[in-house]
Design a protein around this ligand. Structure first.
Ligand SMILES: [Fe+2]
Length: 249
C-alpha cells in the first residue's frame, strides 16, 4: 500500500538527526474517534508521513471531552490496538502509544477528583486543552485537582488561546501554577494565522515551552509540518532547554 522505501526528501533525512522530534507527543491519528483520522486508511497515511519525516514513536492523543468527544480509556486503547495492528501489517517501523488530550471541563475535574487513572503522555504528565474562544471556568480547579492527585499538566498549544494574546501575563501565571507548555510546531508555519505565530515566537523566545508536538489531524497538517522541519527554528530548538525532556524512544 505504501512505498516506505522510496528515497525520502532531503528534509526528511535531515530530520532523522533531531532526536527531540523522533517522538511526537500530540496527534489525532487514531481512526474514527475524533476530528482527526476518520478511518484506518487516514491513520496509516499520517503515520507513514511522520515516519518519512524522521519520527519513530507517536503518542496518539484523541480529544476527550464531556460534549463532543466523550472518549475514555477503554475506547482510546481499543483504537490504539487497531492502529498498532495495521501499522505492523503495513511494515511501518513506528511505535504507537496512546494518551488523551483532555478538555478541561466539568467531567474532567470529576474524573480527576474521583481518582480515575488518567492516560499520561509519559510518567505523570497529562495533556490538557481548552476551547480557543474562552478560558475554561474549570481551569484552576482542573490544574489543582491534577496536581493534588500526583499528575503534572501539560497545556496543549498555549499559543492558540486567542483570549490570552492581549494578556501575556496569563502565561506566566499558568507556569507559576505548575503548568508545562506544549508548542504546536506548525504554529511557526503560519498555519493558524499570524497572531498565533507571533505569540508562539514570544513564548519560544521567553523559553516557556517544555514540549513540542505536531497535533496532526490530517495530511494538510503534515504538509505544514514539513515546512517547519526545514526551517531555521529547528536548529534553534536543538539549543532549547529541556525540550521534550525524558522522553526516550
Ligand atoms: Fe490536539
Amino acid at each position: 500500500m505504501f512505498n516506505l522505501f522510496k528515497k525520502s526528501s532531503v528534509a526528511a533525512s535531515k530530520s532523522r538527526d533531531w532526536g527531540f522530534v523522533q517522538t511526537d507527543i500530540h496527534s489525532h491519528i487514531l481512526p474514527g474517534i475524533d476530528d482527526g483520522a476518520q478511518n484506518i486508511e487516514d491513520s496509516l497515511k499520517l503515520v507513514e508521513s511522520m515516519y518519512k519525516h524522521g519520527y519513530r514513536k507517536m503518542v496518539a492523543t484523541p480529544h476527550s471531552s464531556e460534549d463532543i468527544y466523550p472518549n475514555d480509556t477503554a475506547t482510546i486503547l481499543a483504537r490504539r490496538d487497531l492502529l498498532r495492528e495495521a501499522v505492523l501489517k503495513e511494515g511501518i517501523d513506528m511505535q504507537i502509544e496512546a494518551a488523551a488530550e483532555y478538555m478541561i471541563d466539568e467531567r474532567f475535574v470529576k474524573m480527576v477528583e474521583s481518582g480515575e487513572q488518567m492516560l499520561t503522555i509519559h510518567e505523570n504528565r497529562v495533556l490538557v486543552e481548552m476551547s480557543y474562544l474562552l478560558e475554561s471556568p474549570y481551569l484552576h480547579n482542573g490544574l489543582f485537582a491534577l496536581q493534588t492527585h500526583g499528575y503534572q499538566p501539560i497545556l496543549a498549544h498555549p499559543e492558540r488561546y486567542n483570549f490570552y494574546h492581549n494578556s501575556l501575563e496569563k502565561y506566566d501565571e499558568l507556569k507559576e501554577k505548575g503548568c508545562l507548555f506544549q508548542l504546536n510546531l506548525i504554529a511557526f508555519s503560519g498555519y493558524y494565522g499570524k497572531h498565533v505565530k507571533k505569540v508562539a515566537s514570544y513564548l519560544f523566545e521567553k523559553g516557556m515551552y517544555d514540549y513540542v508536538g505536531s497535533d496532526i489531524h490530517h495530511i494538510r497538517h503534515t504538509n505544514a509540518l514539513h515546512s517547519v522541519l526545514q526551517s531555521k527554528i529547528m536548529s534553534e530548538l536543538i539549543e532549547y532547554p529541556f525540550i521534550n525532556g525524558n522522553i526516550s524512544l
